[in-house]
Write a protein that binds this ligand. Structure first.
Ligand code: ADP
Ligand code: MG
Length: 272
């Protein structure tokens, strides 16, 4: 059964979609069956994998509204081991449409239950909010990857994110874990980047992935081409970093190990 990882941050523009798309591609490149779930109404991850949103019949919206089954919605990508559950703007209306339904925060989890047996990894891209869609993605997730843009005040946002996660753990999903914090848009020659890395590692220790994603023009342009960076330039620094990140995630091992592992404890210490 798949490990379900949600790429989450309350902030926009930190690299959630970039991480979800390129991490999924890296896992698939190592021949792990991977499903990328686009759970952002903007549907940028869907576009980044070359799916033409205009031609879609069913999207994740229809799945969570009970109007389609998971396997009917899943689409192929250019990579044999990577499939995608696409999203489009209609997902915006789900917040309101689900509001009066019973179990409204479990709809995505129920949809993924129809699919997770067929995959080793499910990677979710999410919108930067703490509304009902975000709750659905937290409830559906085993653990979180939190991208951190290497810029001034990034850590402040991270502390508030950690507090939100603590509340979610207490109130709706006790087992939610943190796979790791991912430093993104890192510039080696830049003092701010170095300071952010140093503070993040000091405060959050081994919760911070060893792999750091550099600021990279090719990565920025990747969605324009509708293909993950690995398929355009497998040897580029960004491709190598995403492969290294995939290896770190694979090494984190079985769910039970992680449940009692250091990461969970560390996360709790970090916010108390
Ligand atoms: P989010 O999903 O959190 O809003 P995105 O992944 O869409 O963030 O990234 C925001 C913008 O920054 C996009 O234009 C994206 O291409 C760019 N970007 C993200 N990560 C990098 C990176 N490592 N190097 C260069 N550009 C990046
Ligand atoms: Mg995004």
């Amino acid at each position: 059964m798949a490990r379900v990882i949600c790429v989450a941050s309350q902030k926009g523009g930190v690299g959630k979609t970039t991480t979800a798309v390129n991490l999924s591609a890296a896992l698939a490149a190592t021949e792990r069956k991977t499903l990328l779930v686009d759970f952002d109404p903007q549907g940028h991850a869907t576009t980044a994998l070359g799916v033409d949103k205009g031609k879609l019949n069913k999207t994740v919206f229809h799945g969570i509204m009970g109007q389609a089954l998971g396997p009917e919605i899943v689409m192929d990508s250019e990579l044999e081991f990577l499939k995608v559950l696409p999203a489009r703007t209609e997902l915006f209306s789900a917040e309101v449409a689900l509001m009066s339904r019973p179990g409204k925060e479990k709809k995505l989890r129920n949809l993924l239950d129809q699919l997770r047996d067929g995959y080793e990894y499910v990677i979710m891209d999410t919108a930067p909010s703490l509304g009902l869609l975000a709750m659905n993605s937290f409830v559906a997730a085993d653990d979180l990857v939190i991208p951190l843009q290497c810029e001034f005040l990034a850590l402040e946002g991270l502390y508030s994110m950690m507090k939100s996660i603590q509340v979610i753990r207490e109130r709706i999903h006790h087992g939610l874990k943190i796979a790791g914090i991912l430093l993104n848009m890192f510039e080696p020659g830049d003092e701010t980047s170095r300071k952010i890395e140093e503070s993040a590692r000091r405060h959050f220790g081994d919760l911070v992935f060893r792999s750091v994603i550099p600021r990279d023009v090719q990565l920025k342009r990747s969605p324009e081409f509708g293909t993950p960076i690995l398929l355009r330039d497998a040897l580029s620094p960004a491709s190598r970093r995403f492969l290294a990140l995939a290896r770190e995630i694979i090494r984190q091992g079985s769910q039970d190990q992680r449940k009692f592992g250091r990461s969970g404890k560390r996360a709790e210490q970090a916010v108390t």
